[in-house]
Design a protein around this ligand. Structure first.
Ligand SMILES: [Zn+2]
Length: 89
């Protein structure tokens, strides 16, 4: 008789552990989509001012553009090339 009570106790403990694990998995699944929403915030960067390279006419964000005081460029090389071209007669 004692063995049956012990077995029932073990089954009860097992069910409690399973229920707790299911709850943890449920909470984690709910938290996961929230992180994905946070990853959308970099889209704010796309709304920053766009400038055009004076040499090749490519559009790029102002933060990564090169500015020589008058014109903007996509790279240092294009800035140099444009300045060399404009200084030539
Ligand atoms: Zn360029």
């Amino acid at each position: 008789m004692r063995a049956i009570i012990f077995l029932l106790f073990v089954i009860l403990v097992f069910l409690i552990i399973r229920f707790t694990l299911n709850r943890i998995i449920e909470i984690r699944a709910k938290n996961a989509p929230v992180k994905q929403e946070e990853s959308e915030t970099p889209s704010l960067k796309e709304s920053e001012a766009m400038v055009q390279c004076a040499l090749c006419s490519v559009h790029l964000p102002q933060s990564i553009a090169y500015f020589d005081g008058k014109d903007t460029f996509c790279s240092e090389g294009h800035m140099q090339a444009f300045q060399d071209k404009s200084t030539e007669p």
